[in-house]
Design a protein around this ligand. Structure first.
Ligand code: PEP
Length: 248
């Protein structure tokens, strides 16, 4: 049976002292009813994996290169993430798509690299405010899904995160009906492409999830967890979100 997932994306935040947040989270949730993941910056990955070893907290990265090794200054590969103790990697986050001009094809190649290294890829999709106002949300998300998600996708190797770009870090959240519409469409797209086994692909909502709105968001059909940015940095806040997911 599918286990829901609470995933924290620390972005470019966190130093050695932040590992205390992981220790606190691990002691609050010794055997949680959902999966818990933290994706710290690459500099903390192996230390966090050591800190989290033997606990219920999984660790992942925020991006990977498409190749296993090579002359790519500043990049890290999926193999290196696995070697550092990571189990997941986020690919196609909107900040990567916009800051680094990543295309759907590149994101698909990254997801394939993750699969080859034995990592689960969290593939992010989502529309801009302009695209939503133009009534193009479903079209944009379908295009990103079709272009970014590789063949051979299963619930074991892939998680899909719907993150409206305009909701990330802004405090703005779509209505529950809007989240439901997109998640329903993503589920249908996944089933059309991968068959009924796609029921097992976890669909996360991301964009200003907080302790105060987690309960209602987790009640939306086809929301199997959350990708959380700002509210994942502190164990107290993220713990409240995890607790809501456990109850959902
Ligand atoms: C994110 O960056 O994936 C995200 C959802 O950020 P926030 O929760 O801060 O909106």
């Amino acid at each position: 049976m599918m286990r829901r997932l609470a995933a924290g994306n620390w972005k470019m935040h966190g130093t050695a002292e932040s590992l205390d947040e992981v220790r606190a989270l691990a002691s609050t949730f010794p055997s949680p009813k959902c999966d818990i993941l933290i994706c710290p910056p690459a500099t903390l990955l192996s230390r966090m994996a050591e800190t989290a070893a033997g606990t219920a907290i999984a660790v992942g990265a925020q991006d990977c290169h498409t190749s296993p090794t090579g002359a790519h200054t500043g990049d890290i590969s999926a193999e290196m993430i696995a070697d550092a103790g990571g189990a997941y990697v986020i690919v196609g986050h909107s900040e990567r798509r916009s800051d680094h001009g990543e295309s759907n094809a590149e994101i698909r190649a990254k997801a394939m690299a993750a699969k080859s290294a034995g990592l689960a890829a969290i593939i992010c999709v989502g529309e801009t405010l302009q695209e939503r106002e133009d009534g193009r949300t479903i079209e944009i998300v379908r295009g990103q899904l079709g272009g970014s998600i590789p063949d051979g996708t299963t619930g074991q190797n892939t998680v899909v995160a719907y993150e409206p770009v305009w909701a990330i870090g802004t405090g703005k959240v779509p209505t529950l009906a809007e989240i439901a519409e997109v998640h329903d469409d993503i589920r249908k797209e996944m089933i059309a492409r991968f068959g009924t086994a796609a029921q097992e692909i976890r669909l996360l909502y991301g964009g200003s999830v907080k302790p105060s709105n987690a309960h209602e968001i987790f009640g939306v059909p086809n929301v199997d967890g959350a990708l959380v940015g700002g509210a994942s940095l502190k164990a107290d806040d993220f713990g409240m979100i995890v607790a809501e997911l456990e109850r959902a």
